[in-house]
Ligand binder design. Structure first.
Ligand code: GLU
Length: 294
């Protein structure tokens, strides 16, 4: 049997919080429990928000957590050619199109439809589905943008993509901690249509999270993707991309989320729950484990 390979894949676009600590420690523990390996991957494709300072702070937090960093750490900003190759493959399959609507234009358009009493579909994260350029812009405007230096996103034509993969399509979901790690995985049916035409790359960034994550999980031989429950729905998109690109499918293990004291979701912009701030205030390892339920 192949030995399991786990990964913790944070983005240094803010300071790590308690939820990251839980994710990192669960990955490291699962690797030990299942006699596998534990890797860290730096997901820094967003070069405007990820900075060397934040990355340095992140490694300090990881060192404090006592995580083993005994293999070269893969940094996504150094792997753009791999994502480009995957994107080109999808383009050759005719599944990618340039989309010129800006975020503000999408927002304005959807707001106007909703103001008119129409309900506009939203993806599982709550973002409105892409309306399509021709719904909003004239063909002259689209041609003018295509001929100019206008910003664009490269989107996956989800309908066409779904016609090229198994139907129904499934992913394997298993337990993330404790005894549940050893339970056999169960099948979850993919619902990628709910995401609409997801972004695969942008003019200034040659990949998106969805594309980079499936390419790297395959490149690193990740067998078990153990990550937060907030990414559960995104797994549908990842399974579709894996099948289109002929990549192996890992087992997924989504873990519970750590909530702030007021019951809300933790976020990187909330400094109170950043590991760095808590450490500066004297947090001990025992207190941390208690706070994250370990
Ligand atoms: N980089 C993502 C994050 O920090 C995690 C991606 C994943 O585990 O698939 O939320």
């Amino acid at each position: 049997m192949k030995l399991p390979v786990f990964r913790f894949a944070p983005s240094p676009n803010g300071h790590l919080h308690l939820g990251h600590a839980l994710s990192a420690l669960l990955n490291a523990r699962a690797a030990v429990a299942l006699s596998g390996r534990f890797l860290v991957r730096v997901e820094d494709i967003d070069q405007t928000r990820c900075t060397p300072e934040l990355e340095r702070d992140m490694f300090e937090d990881l060192a404090w957590l006592g995580l083993p960093l005994n293999e070269p750490v893969l940094r996504q900003s150094e792997a753009f050619p791999h994502y480009r190759a995957a994107l080109e493959r999808l383009q050759d399959m005719g599944l990618v199109y340039p989309a010129y609507l800006t975020r503000a234009e999408i927002k304005r358009f959807v707001a106007s439809r909703e103001a008119a009493g129409e309900s506009w579909p939203r993806d599982p994260d709550g973002a409105p589905l892409y309306p399509g350029d021709t719904t909003v812009l004239s063909s002259e405007e689209i041609a003018a943008r295509a001929a100019s230096d206008a910003p664009f996103a490269l989107r996956l034509d989800m309908k066409a993509a779904l016609a090229r993969v198994d139907s129904p399509l499934f992913w394997q979901e298993a337990g993330a901690e404790g005894e549940a790690l050893f339970n056999p995985p169960s099948k979850v049916e993919v619902n990628a249509a709910a995401w609409g035409d997801v972004v695969l790359a942008r003019k200034e960034t040659p990949t998106s999270y969805h594309l980079a994550v499936v390419v790297d999980d395959a490149r690193q031989g990740i067998t078990d993707v153990l990550r937060g429950r907030d990414l559960y729905e995104a797994t549908s998109v990842h399974r579709v991309l894996q099948q289109l690109l002929g990549l192996p499918q890992p087992v997924y293990r989504h873990h519970r989320l750590v909530l702030a004291e007021d019951g809300r979701k933790l976020s990187k912009s909330n400094q109170d729950t950043s590991l760095r701030a808590l450490r500066a205030a004297g947090l001990t390892h025992a207190e941390l484990r208690k706070r994250i339920g370990l």
